[in-house]
Design a protein around this ligand. Structure first.
Ligand code: C2E
Ligand code: MG
Ligand code: MG
Ligand code: MG
Length: 275
């Protein structure tokens, strides 16, 4: 208690911390306004199979800010998380993503595509996360079986039982679950076995030096093998070169995402597939 009080006092008088706090509340107000004005949009990055065929995409949020231009999620997601704005923002992202899925469903070339959407910790922990997802699915008419939610290890381990319950409820409707940035967290393998997952994503940090760093290569191959033995799909993210792709392919990885196949872009920039 004394410690907490001390921290508050320090916070109040420390000019650097106070500057950070006021920058945060300015950004908070800005995000809130951005939500009202519809400034958040999605870029889509292709996910391809072993033959390089697009089998879906990951939706990545961008903020089209009137003064700052296109802002990356790293610059506003943390504050959105701290302020609770991640809940309405996440709902917006999901709404846009599911509307896109519903549009693909009407296109014979794209109706089989899956769409992955990132979910933050505070968003997932929110009391009505499951209800929010189901509401968006219903509202947009998107097929739940084409939607994958990307979660992270730390998020799931916060309250494993609660996480499992939420995941199971959505899985019954057909929603898939992927563990993003796999290998960077602290999941114990016993938890991994219990979580109702469909997919692991090898963190791009292991893919980057997979050809030059034997440790990264070993970790990447271990994740592929682990996924296979648990009956999970595995996606390598951050694949930028043919060499990285070939190495991962030789070692059993069958799904890829990275600049080699396409950068995140508005869907209108995607090349129309030949029909
Ligand atoms: P993530 O989900 O792990 O997404 C992958 C990030 O790697 C994206 O950055 C993507 O643009 C980038 N990337 C993809 N391919 C390559 C590559 O070949 N090389 C390199 N160097 N980078 C690549 P981005 O879009 O800046 O997103 C960063 C993180 O922000 C995401 O990491 C995710 O954790 C979070 N995020 C993005 N969109 C959302 C969202 O809608 N909601 C939430 N809650 N988080 C989001
Ligand atoms: Mg992701
Ligand atoms: Mg990732
Ligand atoms: Mg990441």
């Amino acid at each position: 208690q004394a410690k907490a009080q001390g921290r508050n006092t320090l916070c109040f008088y420390d000019p650097a911390m106070q500057a950070a706090a006021s920058a945060r509340s300015a950004l908070e107000a800005d995000i809130r306004q951005g939500l009202q004005r519809g400034e958040f949009l999605l870029h889509y990055q292709p996910v391809v199979d072993a033959r390089g065929q697009v089998q879906g995409a990951e939706a990545l949020v961008r903020w089209s800010h009137p003064q700052r231009g296109l802002v990356s999620p790293g610059d506003f997601i943390p504050v959105a998380e701290q302020t609770g704005l991640i809940v309405p923002l996440g709902q917006r992202v999901l709404g846009l993503a599911c509307a896109q899925l519903a549009q693909w469903a009407a296109d014979p070339m794209r109706r089989h595509w899956r769409l992955a959407v990132n979910v933050s910790a505070q968003e997932f922990r929110h009391l009505d996360f499951v209800g929010g997802v189901l509401q968006v699915l219903e509202h947009t008419g998107a097929d739940a079986r084409r939607l994958t939610l990307e979660l992270t290890e730390s998020l799931l381990l916060h309250d494993v039982e609660e996480s499992i319950t939420k995941m199971q409820t959505l899985r019954e409707r057909g929603v898939g679950f992927s563990l993003d940035d796999f290998g960077t967290g602290y999941s114990s393998l016993s938890y991994l076995k219990r979580l109702p997952l469909d997919q692991l994503k090898i963190d791009q940090g292991f893919v980057r030096d997979v050809l030059t760093d034997p440790n990264d290569a070993a970790i990447a191959c271990t994740i592929v093998a682990l996924a296979q033995s648990l009956g999970l799909e595995v996606v390598a993210e951050g694949v930028e070169t043919d060499g990285q792709r070939d190495f991962l392919l030789r070692n059993g990885c069958r799904q890829f995402q990275g600049y080699l196949f396409g950068r995140p872009a508005p869907i209108s920039d995607w090349v129309q597939p030949a029909s």
